[in-house]
Write a protein that binds this ligand. Structure first.
Ligand SMILES: Nc1ncnc2c1ncn2[C@@H]1O[C@H](COP(=O)(O)OP(=O)(O)OP(=O)(O)O)[C@@H](O)[C@H]1O
Length: 695
């Protein structure tokens, strides 16, 4: 495999650029303004343009393309067109974001997608990575000379998103290790191999010295932005991908960190014989030199695809020489950008872009003439019995790097279900116990509810007035516990759901293990923290102290916590945003409480709305707890008090809380817990299912 090194490329690019610039004595004026462009006879139908020598007439592209032509591209795309429906005030219409883009990337090659803002870089990147949703996608994308198989492809490609979505409370090493555990199968990799692989990735990405540092977030300081980006790359790299796709990996980084990230990607790409494609907003000259080839996009059109050195020659041949001392990347962006300063400037720049895209599609450049005949080439390159022309097969390149399994087309199997569940649960335990804000909120809630209700309902006694206090206490307990569980667990669930949605795209784990791990980890926290105040309040209030009474009330209360967690996860799974989910959960609590049997007498509700009582878990648990407490309770009637109920059972009847037995209440509660959790899991599966378009 012959791939120009960055250094070689840098030398060639710089010297050629300077040569071309020095041969152009008025370069600045030649392209500097759109007005100048307009004054030049440069329309696509202009004779002068048509006689301009094309640097890609078969002689200028010998070095890079000649040698690469003997290899097969890992990924190739032909005539990719993508449109979306846009709605304006009057009507909706289709808008084409990409117009027939073709290209390819070879093993060991780094491709930079460049273009002004809105050019379609991210759109193209997502299409190539198999991460585009919605719209209409046409064209052809081939992986190793064949149509992509989503199940295989998504595990062969590491996608590094622009936003680093990771657990802030995990360390660098833990973050990469969990990715390795979840995505490298036990059958293929031993625990030791995984540990070695994580260490190797950290070393390659220069993260070993900070392996114990937490990732951090806006609230908790952690690793720097550049380090965080390298961890994101490490998460993708540890799974041994054939290709790494990065969306704006340098955004938000200072120039040193940005350069380091791009250089590391280039080094890893070469040493492992993988392919890399990345979008970069405005690379400096050093970063530009890390790209073997650049794909220039403007307004969804391909303007150039080749090395940056060739790009300079090419644009010069079209009458756009790169000015002296200008960063070539800035120059490329300049000539590809729309100029909105005035309608006239806009029109000129639009014509310039049209001209450039048309020129490139008509040029003899290989990318402009790309046809997908790579299937045969691929077979040749990967057939160990057949050497490629330069005598170096890709299989050898990958084997010597110690990582590659490029020729292996069987999809990497998923981890064992139980191992996956255990790993996810471990990760949830660590992230939950290290979540200081969450734990503080849970503890504070338990202590404050204990003190507030414990003191408010302290020593209720058995006087007639205690009836109202007892009823009020159970109402307050139901309200506080449901509110506490919903508010606390909805928040942490959304945090990890965001990460799951990002990991889901690469098929990291099953939804069943993700959901079950949440229940396994959240439930003990929710139940134990609620028991603390329930038991405390129970004895502070002096409720019936027999073991059966205490255990029955505690069991009913526990069922309420389990149901509430189920409803929380249902809302969290179904509703897309946390903000909206907070409103929905508040509404759910209000409805529960209204129909819980305390505010309105259970028997007096209008038949049209009485059914709502029966879908409210609070109604059954409240009824069960009231029945347990008042069942067999002896109350002291005062003399001269005509309104006296000496038996707790009469109170149950008065409040019409005698529709179900305690056992039935508990059973219905358990049934609801199962049902709500089932709904939550199903809606998570439905909502989180990736709906990517494949061509
Ligand atoms: N789903 C969509 N519906 C409508 N318009 C879209 C959609 N996705 C992207 N666009 C539009 O398509 C154009 C290209 O978007 P894209 O994000 O690919 O550009 P970009 O080159 O990556 O820009 P930037 O560098 O600013 O991130 C933009 O004008 C964007 O507003």
């Amino acid at each position: 495999m012959t791939v120009q090194s960055g250094r070689q490329m840098a030398a060639t690019t710089t010297s050629s650029r300077l040569d071309s610039i020095s041969s152009s004595n008025s370069s600045q004026q030649q392209f500097g303004s759109t007005r100048d462009f307009m004054e030049q006879p440069l329309s696509p139908i202009d004779d002068g343009y048509q006689t301009t020598p094309d640097p890609f007439d078969g002689t200028a592209n010998g070095l890079v393309y000649g040698s690469k032509g003997q290899l097969a591209p890992l990924l190739s795309w032909e005539n990719v067109t993508y449109s979306v429906r846009v709605k304006n005030k009057e009507q909706s219409s289709m808008r084409t974001l990409l117009h027939g883009i073709s290209g390819e990337v070879y093993p060991g090659e780094v491709i930079g997608l460049l273009g002004p803002s809105g050019a379609g870089k991210t759109t193209l990147l997502n299409i190539l990575a198999g991460r585009i949703e919605g719209g209409v996608l046409n064209g052809k994308v081939q992986f190793r000379g064949k149509k992509r198989v989503p199940g295989i492809f998504k595990r062969r490609v590491a996608y590094v998103e622009q936003e680093d979505v990771m657990f802030p409370m995990l360390t660098v090493e833990e973050t990469i290790m969990f990715a390795a555990k979840l995505r490298l199968t036990d059958k293929k990799y031993s625990q030791l191999q995984k540990v070695e692989r994580v260490a190797s990735v950290m070393q390659q990405l220069r993260l070993s010295h900070i392996k114990g540092s937490k990732i951090g977030d806006a609230l908790n300081r952690g690793v720097s932005g550049g380090e965080r980006k390298r961890v994101s790359i490490g998460v993708g790299l540890v799974t041994d991908p054939d290709m790494i796709v990065l969306d704006e990996p340098t955004s938000g980084l200072d120039s040193n960190s940005a350069e380091m990230v791009v250089e590391l990607v280039r080094d890893i790409t070469r040493s492992r014989g993988i392919s890399s494609v990345m979008t970069v907003h405005q690379p400096n000259a050093n970063m530009l030199n890390c790209f073997d080839r650049i794909l220039l996009l403007s307004q969804g059109h391909l303007v150039f695809f080749g090395s940056s050195n060739e790009a300079i020659e090419y644009f010069e041949s079209k009458g756009f020489p790169c000015p002296l001392r200008q960063n070539p990347a800035d120059f490329f962006i300049d000539i590809m950008s729309l100029n909105n300063r005035s309608p006239h400037d806009l029109e000129l720049s639009r014509r310039r872009i049209e001209f450039l895209s048309q020129s490139f599609s008509e040029s003899k450049h290989p990318a402009a003439k790309l046809s997908l005949t790579y299937g045969g080439l691929y077979e040749q390159a990967f057939n160990p019995n057949m050497s490629v022309a330069n005598g170096e097969s890709l299989r050898i390149a990958n084997t010597t790097s110690g990582w590659g399994t490029t020729a292996d087309e069987t999809p990497p199997r998923r981890a064992n279900w139980f191992f996956e569940l255990k790993t996810l649960a471990q990760r949830d335990v660590i992230t939950t116990v290290r979540h200081f804000t969450f734990l503080s909120a849970v503890c504070l809630n338990s202590v404050s509810v204990l003190l507030l209700l414990g003191l408010l309902f302290y020593k209720l006694g058995n006087e007639i007035e205690s009836i109202q206090n007892r009823i009020g206490l159970f109402f307050a307990l139901t309200l506080n516990s449901t509110y506490g569980v919903m508010s606390h667990y909805l928040y942490v669930y959304y945090k990890s759901k965001d990460i799951m949605l990002s990991e889901r795209g690469s098929g990291s784990y099953r939804m069943s293990t993700f959901y079950l791990a949440k229940v396994i980890v959240y439930l003990p926290f929710a139940v134990l923290s609620s028991w603390v105040y329930f038991v405390g309040i129970y004895f502070m209030a002096g409720l019936q102290s027999g073991a059966t009474k205490v255990l029955t009330s505690l069991s009913l209360f526990t069922v309420l916590i389990v149901v509430t967690l189920g409803v929380t996860l249902l809302v969290g799974s179904f509703v897309d945003t946390y903000d909206l989910a907070s409103v929905v959960s508040a509404l759910a609590i209000t409805t529960w409480v209204i129909f819980g049997g305390h505010l309105a007498n259970a028997g007096d509700l209008l038949p049209a709305i009485r059914w709502m009582q029966f879908i409210s878990p609070a109604f059954y648990i409240y009824e069960g707890m009231v029945r347990t407490e008042f069942g067999g309770l002896k109350l002291h009637c005062r003399e001269n008090n005509g309104l006296c109920m000496a038996r707790g059972d009469d109170v149950i009847k008065l409040y019409r809380l005698d529709q179900f037995t305690v056992g039935q209440c508990a059973l219905i509660g358990v049934g609801m817990a199962i049902l709500y959790n089932l709904f939550a899991y199903m809606s998570l599966r439905w909502k989180a299912k990736p709906r990517y378009l494949w061509i």
